[in-house]
Every structure is written in C-alpha cells, then in structure tokens.
Design a protein around this ligand. Structure first.
Ligand SMILES: Nc1nc2c(ncn2[C@@H]2O[C@H](COP(=O)(O)OP(=O)(O)OP(=O)(O)O)[C@@H](O)[C@H]2O)c(=O)[nH]1
Ligand SMILES: [K+]
Ligand SMILES: [Mg+2]
Length: 376
C-alpha cells in the first residue's frame, strides 16, 4: 500500500512541476503510444481501491460514515464526472477535486441545509463497470448508496449516452430499484396447505404455471399469493421473493459539464425523465438540482405553536412524507405521546382550521401543529 501511495505522490508532484495541458498531452500520448502520467495515476489510484488481501467478503461492507441529519443523498457515478466538485458547491465540505480518475478514495459526508432541514450528502469514490461483482471498491460504494434515501446519479454530459444504463445495471445487479415501487404482489408463506395462487385480473406476462414453478424453485411450497397488477413480470415476482435484498430508492439523474456540449444535445438530455442538467464549472443549474432533490425527498416541515402564542416559523421539525401526529410527537420528545390529549392543526392537512386531531392524523408540508397534553 505504502508503495502505491508513494508512487502516486511522485507522479502528482511531477504533474504539478510540469504544469502541462493534459488534454494536449493525452492526444500526444495516443500518437506515441506511451502511458501518460494522468492515466498512470488513475490506474494506481484504482489499485488503492482494490480490497486488500484478507479483506475477503468484508469488502462488500459499506463505508463507516454514520447517518446524520434528516435524510441522506448518495452521489454515485463513474470517475471524474464531478461528484466532489458538486459536494464542494452545495456544502461547506471541501472534497479533493482533480482531473484524474479515483481522486476520491472513501465516503466523504457533507451537510446541505435546506428549508430548515439538514440533508447529509455522501460523496463516494467513482465506480467502474463490474462494480457489482466486486471490482474496485464498487460493492462498498453501492452498499453505501443502498443506505441512502435518494441517489443522485452524476453523469458526464460529454461522455457516451450508455453510461447511464451501465450504471443503472450495476445498481440493479445488487438489488437497487430506481424510481420504482415494489411490485403489487401479496405473498405470504404458510406452514401447510400448498400454494394458493390468484390474480385480481388476467396477467399479461406470466401465468399460474410460471408462478408455481418460480415458487417451487425457491422452495416456497406452502403460501398464499395474490397478484394485484396485470403487468407483473417474472422479474417482479423474483423481487417480491427476495424482498429483503431489494431496496426501492428515488434517483435523480444529473448531467454535469453541460458547458462542454451543444445546445441541442443539452435540450435532449434535459427532457429525459427524472433528469436535471448542470455545470459546476459555470455555476449553472446547481440550485435547480438542489430544489429537485428537496422535492424528491418529500420531507415535511412542521411548525409548532404554543397556546396563545404565534407559531415559531424560525425552526421546523422535519418528518418523512406519510408521517402522522404521532411521528411529530416522537420528533419533539420520546415521551410526549404518553401525555398526548389531542392536537390542533392549521394548514394543508386540516379540513378546517384549526382541526382537532388524534395521533393518527397525517400531516402535510408546512402545517402548524399545537400539541395539547392531558392535565397532570
Ligand atoms: N468542464 C467541466 N469540468 C468540470 C465540471 N465539474 C467538474 N469538472 C472537472 O472534472 C474533473 C473531475 O472532478 P471531480 O469533482 O474530481 O470528479 P469526481 O466525480 O469526484 O471524481 P472521482 O472522485 O475521481 O470519482 C475536475 O477536473 C473538475 O474540475 C463542469 O461543470 N464542467
Ligand atoms: K476526479
Ligand atoms: Mg471525487
């Protein structure tokens, strides 16, 4: 390890000394057929990312960064697409940025403050094709991505369009499902009674025999199955069987470096679904990407109000979408629920204002909530 690190230092120093234009050098290098400092550097740094001897299966474990804040977004992408540049733009963390691949060698957390919430942004090493099979530190990167609430897939607008599908393939291979809901299939294993398979509508892509065979392959011989969606595929069925190893995560595809592509191509990229475009270099589109992230995370801001006093809009409580008054209580204090009598709600979730509600009431973004406790 020390050897590689030393060699890397040497080359980096040399590059600093010579201060050549590396694009120029790249072309010259191609002509002459020798290995350039830049690509030599990338190769050596890739070696640093290889799991060392004895790392074994442990190499698949995530990086040791504890979760903090209200949500976590992972930056995933091929090397040198600008992940660390983006992190440095939107947080106070200054990650190392350079023109060679594998500049980032571990997970680097930063904090994005937005609408009163703190969102942890995780900058990750670049992944390469074959990451899912354990190439480079790919598996570790993907494990870290799996722990996030949202993936920001950073793509290089100047690179081939295939990069997006390649990366999706790597994530799919380890059970990450992007921008999809779990298949609408009810599957319950039983102790006895054989298989009971039913469909709420005639399925288009599978039939009872196929379902039977899949279940038998997975040794699920006694169970109840209800397929509630006519478009279900065999892959969907497998996802349900392996649901403990599947993770459904939102993804925003972000094309960086749009300063270097033509306007027509840019327009085409921007129209793809779940996609945003930006240039970290020219400071273009960054705020839009951040706004889109906030929307996708669907976090809810709740303002609390005490009786007889105006609501406190300076500090919001942050809860997930689908949260109830009970979740709001838990966010304030662990034991608040115990003395809960009712809550008053002003805002989008209230039918009339204020609406008197119980613990089960679902809250909406920017609701004002006043919790009334039982007398002691
Ligand atoms: N033209 C252009 N270059 C950019 C832009 N954003 C970043 N770069 C350059 O792209 C190179 C790579 O940037 P990094 O932020 O290190 O990329 P990374 O994805 O973190 O790379 P790894 O950590 O090696 O995976 C640097 O030379 C950046 O200056 C951009 O918007 N336009
Ligand atoms: K880089
Ligand atoms: Mg980086």
């Amino acid at each position: 390890m020390v050897n590689i690190t030393e060699k890397i230092k040497e080359i980096e120093e040399e590059m600093k000394r010579t201060q050549t234009d590396h694009t120029q050098e790249y072309h010259l290098g191609l002509l002459k057929g020798y290995v350039l400092p830049c690509s030599k550097l990338a190769r050596l740094r890739a070696q640093l990312l290889e799991p060392g001897p004895g790392a074994g299966a442990g190499a698949g474990a995530g990086f040791d960064v504890s979760k903090s804040g209200d949500a976590r977004i992972a930056l995933v992408g091929f090397p040198s697409v600008g992940k660390s540049t983006f992190l440095s733009k939107i947080t106070k963390t200054k990650a190392e940025v350079a023109a060679y691949a594998f500049t980032t060698l571990t997970a680097i957390p930063g904090v994005l403050e937005y609408g009163g919430a703190e969102i942890q942004i995780l900058d990750l090493p670049g992944i390469i094709e074959g990451a899912a099979e354990g190439k480079g530190r790919g598996r570790q990167v993907i494990s870290a991505a799996k722990t996030s609430d949202m993936i920001l897939m950073v793509l290089d607008a100047t690179k081939k369009a295939e990069q997006r599908a390649l990366l999706e393939g790597e994530l799919e291979a380890v059970g990450i499902r992007l921008n999809r809901d779990p298949p609408n299939i009810y599957l319950k294993a039983k102790k006895a009674g054989g298989m009971k398979i039913s469909f709420s509508a005639p399925p288009k892509n599978i039939d009872e025999k196929m379902v039977y065979n899949i279940l038998r392959d997975y040794k699920i011989l006694n169970c109840e199955v209800l397929v509630r969606d006519e478009n279900v595929t065999v892959d969907d069925f497998l996802d349900v069987i392996m649901k403990d190893h599947r993770k459904y995560i939102k993804c925003l595809y972000v094309y960086n470096k749009i300063d270097s592509v033509g306007i027509e191509y840019l327009d085409q990229l921007a129209r793809e679904p779940h996609t945003a475009v930006m240039s970290c270099e020219l400071d273009l589109g960054i705020q839009d990407v951040v706004d889109r992230c906030w929307k996708e995370l669907r976090l809810i801001r709740i303002y609390t109000k005490r009786k007889g006093i105006a609501p406190d809009f300076s500090e919001a409580l942050i809860v997930r979408s689908g949260s109830s008054i009970e979740d709001v209580c838990d966010q304030v204090h662990r034991t608040l629920k115990d003395t809960f009598k009712y809550a008053l709600v002003w805002g989008a979730s209230a039918r009339h204002v204020p609406q008197r509600v119980g613990l089960g009431h679902l809250v909406a973004d920017e609701d004002v909530v006043s919790i009334v406790a039982k007398p002691k």
